[in-house]
Design a protein around this ligand. Structure first.
Ligand code: ADP
Length: 274
């Protein structure tokens, strides 16, 4: 309808321009639909813990003469409050990685530090499940980027590896330098022996709020935003994140990011920015 009307109006200007305009309209509509979906998803995700908190607080009041029940309800309130905090924090992280200037506060970031921090963040969950985390990184690898965002990205990948793996398995983190046409890259791989991801789901897991199994994700405090954040961080650094997986056997998520020296050379030679 609308698109056709536009193309009829501008037809004399040439078919290239018509095509561009029609594509532009379609793209604008797609972006608007994605935005609407996002707002609807956020509202839903916020309402769930808030609703639970409200019910639980009523239950606490009703159970005021039963201290054991009060303790039980209070415990569940704590879980819902944590979920809410996680969600708000991840929404803030997502909006930061989407909106900030990716070059802001960039510096050479040591991979060893990022790996140690990511392992630290998942240590508690891993030890509760007797999951071994093993890191093998070549010495002195450095990425050119924003320390906080890179830490958030790798932290999310390691957290997922631990969350979506059964007890007594192994999570491996390895890093190496690989050469690429535009300059050296640092490749960090996070490998688990977990539940794996089907081919159909692999296409969608980087979307905001997409979860393979919402119940399982919620049980581990998941928000469905983690991989969307990872993807944005990788892209805004001029890198990428890819996934390999075999259902029932495990997954490997690989981050490829600009090596600090290579990024500097590129910047000073006036070529594409990183
Ligand atoms: P969540 O907060 O649910 O973990 P993510 O965006 O981090 O959200 O991940 C999206 C979905 O991808 C998860 O809900 C899970 O189903 C799947 N997933 C992510 N990492 C792994 C993994 N290492 N193994 C198996 N499934 C995974």
């Amino acid at each position: 309808g609308e698109a056709l009307a536009v193309s009829a109006r501008v037809a004399p200007l040439g078919s290239r321009l018509v095509l561009l305009l029609v594509e532009d309209l379609t793209e604008a509509r797609r972006i608007e639909a994605v935005r609407r979906d996002f707002v609807a998803n956020v509202s839903h995700e916020l309402k769930t813990p808030v609703g639970a908190l409200s019910l639980l607080s009523e239950a606490v009041m009703d159970a005021s003469d039963d201290p054991e029940a009060v303790t039980r309800f209070a415990g569940r309130m704590q879980i819902e409050a944590t979920r809410l905090t996680n969600l708000v924090q991840e929404l803030i992280d997502l909006s930061r990685v989407q909106n900030d200037d990716p070059l802001e506060d960039s510096e050479p970031v040591r991979v060893e530090e990022l790996v140690a921090e990511a392992i630290d963040r998942s240590r508690q969950t891993a030890s509760a499940k007797q999951i071994t985390m093993a890191a093998g990184a070549a010495a002195d690898l450095r990425i050119w980027g924003n320390r906080g965002k890179l830490a958030a990205a790798l932290g999310n990948l390691v957290e997922n590896a631990v969350n979506y793996s059964p007890a007594r398995t192994r999570v491996g983190i390895s890093a190496r330098r690989v050469s690429a046409p535009g300059g050296d890259l640092i490749e960090i791989a996070v490998t688990d022996q977990g539940i794996g991801i089907s081919e159909k789901d692999r296409e969608r897991i980087f979307e905001r709020f997409y979860r393979v199994d919402p119940a399982r994700s919620r049980a581990t405090g998941g928000t469905g935003l983690g991989l969307a954040i990872v993807k944005h961080v990788a892209a805004s650094h001029g890198g990428e994140v890819t996934v390999w997986s075999s259902e029932g056997q495990g997954s490997t998520f690989t981050l490829r990011l600009p090596e600090a020296g290579a990024a500097k050379e590129r910047a000073t030679s006036g070529q594409d920015r990183v």
